[in-house]
Design a protein around this ligand. Sequence first.
Ligand code: AMP
Length: 154
Amino acid sequence: MISKAVLQLLNQRKEKFLIPAEIVANVQENNSLEHAFLVLSKVKYAKIPVLDQDQHFKGLLSLAMITETMLGLTGIDPTRLGRIQVKDVMQTDVPTICPPYDMEEILHLLVDQTFLAVVDENGVFTGILTRREVMKAVNYLAHDLEKEYTVEKK
Ligand code: AMP
């Protein structure tokens, strides 16, 4: 259980955690890997969200998932990318979070993921919450805890 003081200070900054869907690079599950390859190369992010036509979150796609499909028995075959869709190779066992945020769950999940997809109650993608933004809040907490609370050793 997170201490009340820590939770309160983290919660003060939780509005800043979300990077809204409008500015998050994404691909559609029906896109070809060729298209996704171009998007991922351009945005330079390691992994990006995959959505369906109605903006529901479906999974994640990385460059590594794409390049693996190019490896044939006799070498690299980029022509395969035009024939395979994003949904055929994307990662689907991905945790998502839904507001109101459970800070304890978020801290736990961000140990293994650099970002978490945020969805509404209908599974519609609303943005991402990154480890970087949460670390900024933890940094603030580390500096300001004793400005707002008296911490005594037991
Ligand atoms: P950062 O904390 O900015 O290093 O981002 C961590 C990860 O979150 C990146 O490697 C991407 O996978 C993802 N990410 C962050 N910002 C965006 C964005 N605007 N669009 C898509 N993915 C993003």
